[in-house]
Design a protein around this ligand. Structure first.
Ligand code: SF4
Length: 261
């Protein structure tokens, strides 16, 4: 009996010590060691374990159910990348220099989607580098986000020669990879950059003026449309409306965070 009482008091003592240690580590290192509710915005490259589809997420999963290729069962973004990086399902596989999977936070609440890699991206294997990429970094910074807070990718993973618009067949072959990426990330929002990306995602043939200012839906994910950074470099007058678009996204994101806490 006495030994049981001694064991209980020893356990309580260990718990108290562990709690005191945790409080001390939290005060010293904060979110680095003691992630809080908004840790997913801190640029973590850690994989989120695939979750069973529920609510709006099921729309993505339903689209993927009909696909029988092995990559559709990839348990993580890293494994998906490894499984599809040698893809030759459309002619762009032959002409590309580098496959451009996408980069950023694997647990992001916001996924930024452009049209296709350009020359700089084809050479580096990274999305949105070069001047347009630098402007995207500034746009994100303007709403207090770093590139590593979001996930950045394109509809096509390989560069169309001469930066031409993607062909319907190329989109048809490549878009399922994007669906799988989104199914693994489970973001709350998509920021669609440019008319081609927006119309492709939303299956529309609308003008930018018809797409901006409205929150759209892509398989259960809210979509905000704005100008492509490359277009902003050519047309300074579009910077203000683009600013308004990303501000709207930031407000919705903040509301989402507040509702979740
Ligand atoms: S663009 Fe997409 S579908 Fe075409 S080869 Fe590249 S990864 Fe495959």
């Amino acid at each position: 009996m006495n030994s049981l009482i001694e064991q209980d008091s020893s356990n309580e003592s260990l718990k108290a010590q562990a709690k005191a240690f945790a409080v001390q580590q939290d005060s010293l290192f904060g979110d680095i060691l003691m992630p809080r509710g908004d840790a997913r915005r801190q640029g973590s490259q850690q994989e989120r374990q695939p979750q069973p589809a529920s609510g709006d997420d099921s729309a993505l999963t339903e689209r993927l159910v009909s696909i029988t290729e092995p990559w559709v069962n990839a348990p993580s973004l890293e494994s998906l990348n490894q499984m599809i990086c040698t893809c030759q399902k459309c002619p762009l596989g032959q002409s590309r220099t580098r496959f451009v999977f996408g980069t950023g936070n694997f647990n992001a609440d916001i996924v930024v989607i452009g049209e296709a890699p350009g020359a700089d991206e084809d050479a580096s294997g990274e999305p949105f580098v070069g001047l347009a990429g630098q402007l995207l970094t500034k746009i994100l910074a303007a709403i207090n986000l770093k590139r590593d807070d979001v996930f950045i990718c394109n509809i096509l993973k390989c560069r169309p020669p001469g930066n031409r618009k993607p062909e319907p067949f190329e989109v048809e072959q490549c878009e399922p990879y994007l669906l799988k990426q989104l199914d693994l990330i489970r973001p709350k929002f998509i920021l669609a950059l440019g008319l081609t990306a927006a119309n492709t995602l939303l299956n529309k043939r609308a003008k930018m003026s018809e797409l901006r200012g409205t929150v759209h839906d892509y398989h259960g994910i809210r979509v905000v449309v704005t100008y492509h950074p490359a277009a902003l470099l050519r047309n300074q007058q579009w910077k203000r409306p683009a600013w308004e678009d990303v501000q709207r996204l930031r407000r919705m994101y903040d509301e989402e965070q507040a509702a979740a806490s």
